[in-house]
Design a protein around this ligand. Structure first.
Ligand code: HDD
Length: 684
């Protein structure tokens, strides 16, 4: 791929090389500073020490003000059919043309070192290195935003970041200033519903959707424009963790999501996402009961269908996280001919902010020269100098128009690929106002609520009770309860009860009965591929039967990982060894999609004195994940889980793994694909 070839010029490897200073001078000793006598002071003339230390002292750059924690991968994008009718964007014309991409996923609120599985929105940024220049789709995994006008962004961010007087809490919105902001800025209602839903605790970056959020424009060769919204749909479906599990993972493996992405790519299970577009004709701009420029609104997929137009595959991990994931600079204003903006006031403000922030973060205006940011097509202009300039521009001319250099670099007409802005007619007074059509803050929050399954609703209620319950101000808690009575009375009552607030008397939820089934994760794709299953073993396990089950798992693209009390080989009853890869202390059930207890002689005894082993089984059950066991180990499951819910195969508990291992393996694969077995415990 063109981008990979370009990056190759910058890659460096120390294998077989001599250690030198940055000036290329070979170094004879890298362990002792130069001193006046063995026990004497260090000398200023030690240029090697000075250079090494100075570089180290300046190794850090400011983290992103939002989306600081992230991880990235390379890949490629291919369109399924020509989009010529809708857009002249060259990378969307030709099925078969592969466009290199670089994708960065992120959390929003936390610092660079915070946990991956916190409740938060996830960033989903894609840089397409097209033949016509870089196109960035800088989106999130939630299709709407908290605010309608970019001027409020600094306020929003100040409210959800840790509180400035004590810098707490880290990577969490469960605190006073966030909920104070929400209840005083009711346009946030819809996004808050999403943030309290399971969407905010994804199982994997590979299993979440991405959205461009704003309304953009497609413009075709004839100059005809259409409004467009962008969607990424993961081939593996949309799946989430449960809250207790997410909290535990944040401690057990704070790198859970990056590890998952990294390992999937290393294993060759390349994450895939389809690109979808929703399009609205310019003539239909006002045909909806929401303003299509309002970023707090979705275009319900049942009303405006998503047309799937191509596929992105992530197939290469970064070589160096700093050089690539940290130094990449995305910008929603990086567009190519055929893609244009709308007047969404949130988008308009973003168009300023992204270059501006890179000046601080990357130290000057030449960040486009960093390898990860360079387009794969040539770029020439009269911009010069500045911090860290790498290009050596030759000749005396750095201005347009000129004759000394024959008029070069020259501009291009539209037919030569010159970017021409869509000529939208604008007529208005200069005002600081928001359109009346942005005033409805609750209809789509209610639409979202109506679209959730009973289990999803229960999760939303609990998330609200958790977050608002952590708020100290009684006033703020009361305001939140009142605000969300506009969405649903039962929801507001549950929050009120949980946080000790009053149930408001005269607030009625907004009158919306519609639902959009596409919003519920209940209706997503369910597949076994790339899931991870822990296999718990002890000496004397039934070798043949366990091998057959493990073969069924790997055959379905599931990765089994063997867990036991001690690392190293354990022997089956017929003398075959199986390598234990993790112990109950080095791993945990929250890091798997299901558990198969292979058991073995004295399996129960092997768990004695190790509460971690019991938790492994009990938590799998509690987190609604598939729990399977051979007949010899079924007793342990019953002992730990009886009375806590439904122990049936329909509820994902398979306790007959012995009689027919092949049939059992098949059932296990099916159960893993179901993901969570909500029927295990009835919602209350
Ligand atoms: Fe933003 C980063 C997504 C509104 C200002 N934003 C950033 C990133 C993502 C988004 C995914 C991380 C990019 C990366 O991985 O490097 N932002 C969004 C979405 C928004 C949104 C989907 C609403 C639809 N953002 C938004 C507004 C503003 C900003 C309204 C300011 C007016 N965003 C920034 C920023 C960041 C950023 C401060 C921080 C680091 C960076 O840009 O490069 O400029």
């Amino acid at each position: 791929m063109k981008k990979d070839e370009q990056l190759e010029h910058y890659r460096s490897n120390n294998d077989g090389e001599k250690l030198t200073t940055n000036q290329g001078v070979r170094i004879s000793d890298d362990e002792h500073s130069l001193k006046a006598g063995q026990r004497g002071p260090t000398l200023l003339e030690d240029f090697h020490f000075r250079e090494k230390m100075t570089h180290f002292d300046h190794e850090r750059i400011p983290e992103r003000v939002v989306h600081a924690r992230g991880y990235a991968a390379h890949g490629m994008f291919e369109v399924y059919e020509s989009m010529k009718e809708y857009t002249k964007a060259k990378f969307l014309q030709d099925p078969g043309v592969q466009t290199p991409v670089f994708v960065r996923f992120s959390t929003v609120a936390g610092s660079r070192g915070s946990g991956d599985t916190v409740r938060d929105v996830r960033g989903f940024s894609t840089k397409f290195y097209t033949e016509e220049g870089n196109y960035d789709l800088v989106g999130n995994n939630i299709p709407v935003f908290f605010i309608q006008d970019a001027i409020k962004f600094p306020d929003l961010v100040h409210a959800f970041k840790p509180e400035p007087h004590n810098e707490m809490p880290q990577a969490s919105t469960a605190h006073d200033t966030f909920w104070d902001f929400v209840s005083n800025n009711t346009e946030s209602a819809h996004m808050v519903m999403w943030a309290m839903s399971d969407r905010a605790i994804p199982r994997s970056y590979r299993m979440m959707e991405g959205f461009g959020v704003h309304t953009f424009r497609f413009v075709n060769e004839e100059g005809k424009a259409r409004f467009v919204k962008f969607h990424w749909k993961p081939k593996l479906g949309v799946h989430s963790l449960v809250w207790d599990e997410a909290q535990k993972i944040a401690g057990k493996d704070p790198d859970f999501h990056r590890r998952d992405l990294y390992e999937a790519i290393e294993l060759g299970s390349f994450p895939e996402y389809e690109l979808g577009v929703q399009m609205i004709d310019e003539a239909d701009e006002f045909s909806f009961n929401f303003d299509i420029l309002d970023p707090t609104k979705v275009w319900p997929e049942e009303e405006v269908p998503v047309k799937i137009i191509g596929k992105m595959t992530l197939n290469k991990n970064v070589d160096n996280v700093f050089a690539e994931a940290e130094q990449v600079a995305f910008h929603p204003g990086h567009v190519v001919p055929g893609i244009d903006f709308s007047n969404d006031p949130l988008l308009q403000g973003r168009l300023f902010s992204y270059t501006d922030t890179q000046l601080t973060r990357l130290g000057g205006p030449n960040f486009h020269e960093l390898p990860i940011n360079r387009p794969v097509c040539p770029f020439h202009n009269n911009q010069r100098d500045g911090m860290h300039r790498m290009t050596i521009d030759r000749g005396p001319v750095s201005y347009h128009k000129n004759s000394l250099q024959g008029g070069y670099p020259e501009t291009s007409s539209a037919s030569e690929g010159g970017y021409e802005h869509y000529q939208e007619k604008i007529d208005g007074k200069k005002v600081r106002q928001r359109s009346e059509s942005f005033a409805d803050h609750y209809s789509q929050a209610r639409l979202f609520w109506n679209s959730m399954s009973a289990v999803e609703k229960q999760h939303i209620v609990k998330a609200f009770c958790f977050e608002v319950g952590k708020v100290k101000s009684k006033d703020v808690q009361q305001q939140v309860v009142e605000m969300f009575s506009n969405v649903d009375t039962a929801l507001a009552e549950e929050i009120a009860l949980s946080v000790g607030a009053k149930v408001p008397e005269n607030v009625k939820p907004v009158d919306v009965t519609a639902a959009s089934p596409a919003l519920s994760q209940e209706n997503t794709v369910k597949l076994p591929q790339t899931r991870k299953v822990a296999v718990l073993v002890n000496t004397g396990f039934e070798g043949k039967e366990v091998t057959a089950v493990m073969d069924a798992l790997t055959g379905a693209g599931i990765t089994p990982e063997v867990v036991g009390r001690y690392l190293g080989p354990v022997m089956s009853s017929d003398g075959e060894p199986l390598e234990v890869q993790k112990t109950y202390l080095t791993t945990d059930s929250v890091l798997y999609d299901g558990v198969f207890i292979a058991g073995g002689k004295g399996f129960e005894e092997s768990m004695k004195g190790l509460p971690e082993a019991e938790d492994f089984i009990a938590d799998t059950f509690k987190h609604f994940k598939t729990l399977a066991a051979t007949e010899s180990a079924a007793g342990v499951v019953r002992k730990l889980c009886e009375g806590k819910g439904n122990l049936t195969p329909e509820a994902g508990v398979l306790l007959d793994g012995g009689s027919d291992p092949e049939a059992f393996g098949k059932k296990l694969v099916e159960a893993i694909a179901v993901d969570r077995h909500w029927s295990r415990v009835q919602p209350v």
